[in-house]
Design a binder for this molecule. Structure first.
Ligand code: C2O
Length: 535
């Protein structure tokens, strides 16, 4: 095993897209930022130096950071932000994981431009469980606003208005030729006929689940969130913010130029966003003058496609890559997801949209929760987050538009070391039903069940898949439905749990798990690094 070192300089650069130039926050002047490469078993050290005027922190999304929440990165959860002029070294081991993950800024909406891929190659002697591809390419999807991202956030958070929809989606930072002035901002990958390619796909968009397809070519899904899956072929994939998907694509068509395209999946009664980002799957030797064809993408509200796609995802579950699903459960949790409205004297309409789990809107603390936990600092958070909502109701019945107030608090769920947890996340029709991709830091979990309507504790568990359920770190709770996940709380520390739609996270759709130390010396949170940023 090796030690990989990276220097990340957080800086402001002018970048032009869609006919406008604007200053954006970047890493090393690159947009998207540099890819972090490692091999399973390596140590990684990433020194982040903040040359910008914004506070920042970086999260290594999907890395488990065993006992080492100090390197996880969410601001005010595991660390104070890195202030302008300061540095912090994220130092971690890549153990027991291989595949595609990603990194992003984890404070306000800075991840709009501060993100990149993480590629973890398998250990030597443990090849991919599929034929070796001729080569590999990384595709990172994002969103681009004309406005300064700070302004977009302000609109939602301080003015209480819904934020602007983004002006473009991007593939590797480029919107592609269907957007104005974007001919030269088009990503292309060159392929040779007869060869097979591995695409490492990451959804770094702030607020949109996305469909992706390549004209004329099928995709074979082989990995999600850095866990191998049973391979299956599909005409398109669906990927939520936070998720990654590896697919194989066989360049088996007439040599030509084919669009790879990305478009949102939106199944909530909000304005349909129809914009399509494109890049080019380009056969070698074909001139750029040949017009590419567009793939057939599912329509933006194609819930049927979404459900059937998600049902096909299964862990590979072989002796080398087993699915170790907890079969008995020590702790049952049930979280309702609600949107709401709280009074806001300074807001344009006197109210602000809010979001809650079990009717609690999470309030960010002023120091890092992990530090408060480690040093036993009182008064920073409580561990009385309820296991169930305060009042059961018909969650997915007619929209509830009265009594939308929530209670606020920095309330966490405490879990005993090594306890097995089942969490059912139930979407509700408070204001409106909507799909929410939930992400758990520090862990992968198994998605043992999902359904539409209200979860039935007497009937639904009998239908769980406890053999080869998909294992991941981010899962979509379907619109007006529920998802059940299981994990073993074997990583001590404080681990953020939130909706990965930045809009909803900002509204308070989040909490954190405090996993207690185990009895053995190697089951406790490591001491904090000396350069841990202070608030
Ligand atoms: Cu990718 Cu807490 O996030």
């Amino acid at each position: 095993a090796a030690t990989k070192f990276y220097q990340f300089n957080i800086q402001v650069n002018n970048v032009s897209r869609l006919c406008h130039a604007k200053p954006i926050v970047t890493v090393n002047g690159r947009f998207p930022g540099p890819t972090v490469y490692a091999r399973e078993g390596d140590s990684v050290q990433i020194n982040v130096t903040n040359h910008a005027q914004y506070n920042i922190s970086i999260h290594w999304h999907g890395l488990k950071q065993f006992r080492n929440g100090w390197a996880d990165g969410p601001a005010y959860i595991t660390q104070c932000p890195i202030q302008s002029g300061s540095s912090y070294m994220y130092s971690f081991n890549v153990t027991g994981q291989r595949g595609t993950l990603w990194w992003h800024a984890h404070i306000l909406w800075l991840r709009a431009t501060v993100y990149g891929a993480i590629v973890i190659m398998p250990k030597p002697g443990t090849p991919y469980p599929f034929p070796r591809p001729a080569s590999e390419e990384t595709l990172v999807f994002g969103e681009w606003w004309h406005a300064d991202v700070e302004e977009v956030v302000k609109q939602g958070n301080s003015l209480g208005l819904p934020p602007n929809m983004s002006d473009a989606h991007t593939i590797n930072g480029k919107p592609g030729p269907l957007f104005p002035c974007s001919e030269k901002h088009t990503f292309a990958m060159e392929v040779e006929q007869g060869k097979t390619y591995l695409l490492r796909i990451i959804n770094a968009a702030l607020n949109d689940e996305l469909f992706f397809a390549i004209a004329g070519h099928n995709l074979t899904v082989v990995e999600i969130d850095a866990v191998y899956t049973k391979p299956f072929m599909t005409s398109a994939i669906l990927i939520a913010p936070g998720q990654t998907t590896n697919v194989l694509v066989h360049a088996n068509q007439m040599p030509g130029r084919y669009f790879m395209a990305v478009r949102p999946f939106i199944d909530a009664p909000i304005p349909i966003d129809n914009k399509t980002a494109t890049s080019i799957f380009q056969y070698k030797g074909i001139p750029n003058s040949v017009l590419p064809t567009l793939p057939h993408l599912p329509s933006p509200n194609d819930t049927t496609f979404a459900l059937s796609y998600n049902r096909k995802l299964k862990s590979l579950n072989t002796p080398t890559f087993p699915a170790i699903v907890p079969l008995k459960v020590d702790r049952n949790l049930f979280f309702t997801v609600g949107l709401g409205m709280n009074p806001c004297p300074s807001c344009v309409n006197g109210t602000r949209l809010t979001a809650s789990l079990n009717n609690i809107t999470f309030v960010m603390p002023e120091i890092g929760l992990l530090e408060a936990h480690y040093f036993n600092t009182k008064g920073v958070f409580r561990t009385d987050f309820p296991d169930k909502p305060p009042t059961p109701f018909n969650y997915t019945g007619a929209p509830l538009t009265a009594n939308l107030g929530t209670t606020k608090g920095t309330r966490l769920v405490k879990l005993a070391f090594n306890s097995t947890v089942e969490l059912v996340i139930q979407d509700t029709n408070l204001l409106t039903v909507e799909s929410h991709p939930f992400h758990l830091h520090g862990y992968n979990f198994f998605v043992v069940g999902t359904g539409i309507g209200n979860f039935d504790p007497n009937k639904d568990p009998a239908k769980y898949n406890l053999i080869d359920p998909p294992e991941r770190n981010t899962v979509g709770v379907p619109t007006g439905g529920w998802t059940a996940i299981r994990f073993t709380a074997n990583n001590p520390g404080v681990w953020f749990f939130h909706c990965h739609l930045e809009l909803h996270t900002g509204w308070g759709l989040k909490t954190a798990f405090v996993v207690e130390n185990g009895k053995q010396a190697d089951q406790t949170v490591l001491p904090p690094p000396k350069d841990l940023p202070q608030c």
